[in-house]
Design a protein around this ligand. Structure first.
Ligand code: ASP
Length: 367
């Protein structure tokens, strides 16, 4: 199927959504949303004030490269800017090609995330951060919106592309999450490329580990660094999401974050949303971040932007952590709210337009 036919589908969908949005804005309509118990004002009321709104429409694929340290224009050389934008654009191109060739959204998010995993700039695959023992343990997950099938790996040490291992778990086992050696062995047995730990070594991450250890003496803080993810809708309007990470710099050996956990770092359900998160993993786990996003749409009457705002800007910071999410619905409505200073991300529209956002001032926090 060509992108043109995708375009037709998505255009019809966007029309349907705007009718729903209009209905939601009618006072006393059945979409009144209660918000969190005892918490902030209902999100529908915020929407009436002009916020929150989706970032883009007619999107078929989006990626993120983490909500860690925000890139600031004054500290970023033109070469660095180009490298980050190219990294996001390459991933969009890889996933977009899959969609253009008639592939599924699952295949598209896998291709996009593999591209980011192979790029040392991002905290996943090749560019994974170090744990406290100067080792690397990687987490990834993938989910299919049509039937809620999901697969994930946690704490793998020898898989070049953990997202592909996650897809194999989804498609070739009766389980959802494999961890540690068993997951590494499973990936190798199924023909995935294996690497030794030194494959993941990069000077940048090494320096970050040293810095984190120095800071830790003073403050006890750990650093959040990146994570990658993708969301997509295909010509059949099936949603998919995937997330992959090296975790957090200087994390304890054995620590698993939100990225491989369905409903925390990743979620996809055709009737609601495909979402991939990045940020303080423990908070995203405790807040069941992406499942809550989906539930607010399904049971709370919120639209995608309202639900994403509610989770990312209102609920999670109250649990003590910041981050962001990319969220896409089956009609191509896209939003990327974050409470962190910035979030590297980009999207591809049905007519082939690629947009990348890497600087904090391109994506203001809390919007
Ligand atoms: N969420 C990831 C984790 O906790 C880290 C990140 O996104 O920066 O492992």
């Amino acid at each position: 199927m060509t992108r043109n036919s995708t375009r037709r589908l998505a255009t019809v969908g966007a029309g349907a959504l705007s009718v729903a949005a209009l209905l939601a804005a009618v006072p006393g309509s059945s979409t009144v949303f209660a918000g969190r118990p005892g918490g902030a004002e209902p999100v529908v009321a915020q929407a009436a004030k002009g916020k929150p709104r989706p970032d883009a429409r007619h999107v078929v694929l989006a990626v993120h490269g983490g909500a860690g340290t925000a890139l600031k224009r004054e500290n970023t050389t033109p070469a660095q800017e180009k490298a980050y934008r190219d990294g996001l654009a390459d991933a969009l191109r890889a996933g977009g090609k899959v969609l253009d060739d008639g592939g599924t959204s699952v295949a598209a998010v896998e291709a996009a995330v593999r591209s980011l995993e192979d790029n040392p700039l991002f905290n996943a695959g090749k560019g994974a951060v170090f744990n406290e023992d100067a080792g690397h343990e990687l987490d990834a997950s993938i989910m299919r919106g049509s039937d809620l099938a999901a697969g994930a790996v946690a704490g793998v040490r020898n898989v070049r592309n953990p997202v592909s291992a996650a897809r194999l778990v989804m498609e070739k086992t009766k389980h959802v999450l494999l961890a540690g050696e068993g997951a590494d062995d499973f990936a190798a047995r199924n023909g995935l490329q294996t690497v030794t730990q030194d494959y993941y070594w990069t000077e940048k991450r090494w320096q970050e580990l040293l810095k984190a250890k120095g800071q830790q003496k003073g403050s006890g803080e750990t650093l959040t660094q990146g994570t990658v993810g993708a969301v997509a809708v295909d010509a059949k309007r099936d949603l998919a999401a995937a997330t992959s990470t090296g975790g957090m710099t200087n994390k304890m050996a054995g620590r698993v974050g939100d990225s491989p956990v369905v409903g925390a770092g990743t979620y996809a359900k055709n009737g609601t949303v495909a979402a991939s998160a990045t940020g303080a993993g423990e908070v995203f786990l405790r807040g069941a971040a992406t499942a809550t996003l989906s539930n607010l749409i399904e049971f709370g009457g919120a639209n995608l932007a309202e639900a994403a705002y509610e989770v990312l800007v209102e609920r999670l910071p109250e649990l003590g952590g910041t981050g962001g999410v990319i969220a896409l619905d089956a009609h191509g409505v896209f939003d990327a709210p974050h409470s962190s200073e910035g979030m590297l991300h980009g999207y591809l529209t049905e007519d082939g337009r690629t947009v990348t956002k890497i600087f904090a001032d391109e994506t203001p926090a809390n919007s």
